[in-house]
Ligand binder design. Structure first.
Ligand SMILES: [Zn+2]
Length: 670
């Protein structure tokens, strides 16, 4: 047999099978030569590339069109992004979580990861934005230009198509789906290798189904071990998706430590280090004249914006727990999910004076919205929830050591309690109630006796009218008045009126957000039945229309009184009475939570329940206050005390129209 010709890349030689007819055998000389070539797409997939870090790839291949610095990507502009993006491609890392301020170029960084993946880790990719318009804009202005402008990426491009729920970029060797939060559920269930979730805190919440990010993440499961999920956002509230992911999901959390250009000391830049002249109060002046600087934590040097950029260029990512630099930590601990925190003042695109401006703007306006903007957009931290948590602790700090159901007794023979009152929140299937003891006099010291749930009117009768409550010495107390919500649930109104009509100490309540007087009275002789026809209420009834803003502001003010100071709003002990030798703490946990559900919005001058959390006990306490007001308890003196100042219980002054809740409160306190 003749020796075969040496193989070239495009040729394949095969020994000729011996059973071929001789004529044929002679014609091909004993060896068949076949020309062979991989298609372009096959070559693209099979080509072995030298590994290349995303940051190095970006400097070679990424052109940025939409930027204040258009042109070739430069890592030096956003020095914190280069190691971050390289860290995402470290073996074993499957998820990156970035909690960031706006203008930190993270969206562009994620697009670099997409381009890098097309060359170095191809596989189906999905990028999800908050809404359709954003997705279209980013597609048109950033993603397509990246492919068109790069010589290496251009040859993969075959076209893009859009439909109702996704825009699809077809590459020769992979597909990129661009979706938006509302469309994820409709985007089918194709497996995804690279998933990018942009601004996840802006995704609209869906009550019916799992969150868009959870649905999208599910689709990466088949690529486990080789997938990358990248989620990032400016945070909003503490239980928003990005903050939850950053604090609970991440296996490692990194802060960017910068190097002082003067002394070289490494440090995390904090808002407290940003300084501006003490007499500069006007946010616009601080911004216009670029008055803010950064004070190094280790030497007297102050940095202007240019020094700050230099400090950031010398920086590195350091893990919070281990204190190790990013790649040392990745080598040593091999975390699968890594989190990064990027406050705005690390960014070249944000002047230190802009940060000071945002802060001063809030100081000047006092509006919660400005504080929220500052916290979210500059500190890259949530704010609201932490406040509420502290409030819960503050509520529980008002507990004394009385067991549930026990009234505070006399001190030195002088009784402390003027009357017991009750507030009842009406629900469709049950009631929540609070029984509270009010003291004498205008400080209105008060004690929680009992709070809980009653299943029916008969249970309310038992708890409120039949039960006798006692202090430690055995003195007996009964509830003097109860206020019950008549509008709490559809269908309940009639029942509440009927219940009140037969109990002279029960008052029907209707909350109004704002009215001219704290309480207005509507006599009722009839109530409508289901068909709308009038039914006579035996004996008639007085419905109280109550200015809830007024009483809620009063209650909120009472809650801020330090335990032991005059007018303390006491709770009973948080520890359940000893049963079988076991003490249970947390008796008042639900109570404390519900007391924190509502917040005052200084913009609308109204109390709001932003998260629609349960607030039944809060409403009950409002109604207890109304009962105490109606009994005139603040004008009563304990028996045996100096009577000269008392006279008849004088009605509280009726405030004039158009006063704010605060002003009306001040009027009442006079
Ligand atoms: Zn220094």
């Amino acid at each position: 047999m003749p020796t075969p010709r040496p193989l070239t890349r495009r040729e394949l030689s095969l020994p000729v099978p011996a059973w071929l007819p001789k004529a044929l055998l002679d014609r091909c000389g004993g060896t068949v030569y076949s020309l062979f070539r991989f298609s372009d797409a096959e070559r693209a997939v099979l080509r072995k590339r030298r590994p290349e870090a995303p940051s190095a790839w970006a400097e070679k291949n990424r052109i940025v069109r939409m930027s204040s610095i258009p042109g070739r990507w430069q890592n030096i502009i956003t020095p914190y992004l280069a190691p971050l993006l390289d860290g995402l491609r470290f073996p074993g890392v499957e998820m990156g979580i970035i909690c960031k301020g706006p203008q930190t170029a993270v969206t562009e960084g994620a697009i670099n990861i997409l381009g890098h993946s097309a060359e170095h880790a191809p596989g189906p990719a999905m990028v999800v934005y908050a809404d359709k318009d954003t997705a279209k804009d980013i597609m048109r202005d950033r993603i397509m230009p990246m492919f068109e402008d790069s010589r290496r990426l251009r040859r993969y491009l075959t076209g893009a198509v859009g439909d109702e729920s996704t825009i699809r970029v077809n590459l020769r060797h992979m597909v990129i789906f661009l979706g938006w939060a509302g469309s994820v559920a409709r985007m089918g269930s194709r497996p995804i290798r690279l998933l990018i979730l942009d601004e996840i805190d802006k995704y609209p919440e869906s009550r019916k189904e799992a969150s868009p990010e959870a649905l999208a993440e599910k689709r990466t499961i088949t690529w486990r071990g080789r997938r990358l999920i990248l989620k990032f956002s400016t945070p909003t509230v503490e239980n928003g998706p990005i903050w939850v992911a950053f604090t609970e999901e991440a296996h490692a959390r990194f802060d960017f430590h910068v190097a002082c250009p003067s002394c070289g000391a490494m440090q995390v830049m904090l808002f407290d280090g940003i300084r501006w002249p003490e007499d500069a109060r006007d946010p616009e002046v601080v911004l216009k004249d670029r008055l803010a600087v950064y004070q190094c934590a280790h030497c007297p040097a102050v940095w202007d914006d240019a020094d700050r950029d230099m400090a950031v260029r010398g920086g590195q990512w350091v893990e919070r727990g281990s204190g190790l630099e990013l790649f040392s930590h990745l080598e040593t601990h091999r975390p699968g999910k890594i989190g990064f925190h990027i406050p705005s003042w690390l960014s070249y695109f944000v002047s230190l004076s802009e940060v000071a401006h945002a802060f001063l703007k809030w100081k000047k306006s006092g509006r919660l919205k400005d504080l929220k903007d500052f916290m979210n957009q500059h500190k890259a931290e949530p704010w609201q929830e932490r406040r509420a948590e502290r409030q819960e602790d503050a509520i529980l700090a008002l507990c004394d050591d009385r067991p549930r159901g026990i009234v505070p007794g006399p001190v030195d023979g002088v009784p402390r309690v003027a009357a017991l009152v009750a507030g009842i929140d009406t629900q469709a299937a049950y009631f929540r109630y609070v029984i509270r003891a009010y003291g004498f006099g205008e400080t209105e010291e008060s004690w929680l006796i009992q709070a809980g749930t009653a299943q029916a009117f008969s249970a309310l009768d038992e708890l409120i009218w039949k039960n006798v409550y006692r202090d430690a010495q055995g003195n007996e107390y009964r509830v003097k008045a109860a206020v019950i919500d008549a509008m709490g649930a559809p269908g309940r109104t009639k029942q509440v009126y009927a219940w009140c009509a037969k109990r002279p100490q029960a008052m029907a309540y209707q909350g109004k957000q704002n009215q001219a007087t704290p309480i207005a009275y509507s006599p009722l002789e009839f109530f409508p039945d289901v068909r709308g026809s009038k039914i006579k209420i035996p004996g008639g009834l007085l419905r109280r229309r109550v200015d809830t803003t007024f009483f809620k502001s009063d209650l909120a003010e009472k809650l801020t009184i330090a335990p032991g100071d005059p007018g303390t709003f006491w709770l009973h002990s948080d520890v359940a009475q000893r049963r079988n030798g076991v003490e249970h703490e947390g008796l008042l946990l639900d109570y404390a939570r519900e007391m924190c559900a509502e917040v005052f919005n200084p913009e609308t001058l109204a109390w709001e329940n932003p998260k629609q959390k349960p607030n039944h006990f809060w409403d009950c306490e409002i109604m207890c206050l109304v009962a105490a007001w109606e009994l005139g308890l603040r004008h009563r003196r304990p028996p045996g005390k100096d009577k000269q100042a008392i006279g008849k219980a004088t009605p509280a002054p009726m405030p004039a129209r158009n006063l704010s809740a605060g002003e009306r409160l001040a009027l009442r306190r006079r």
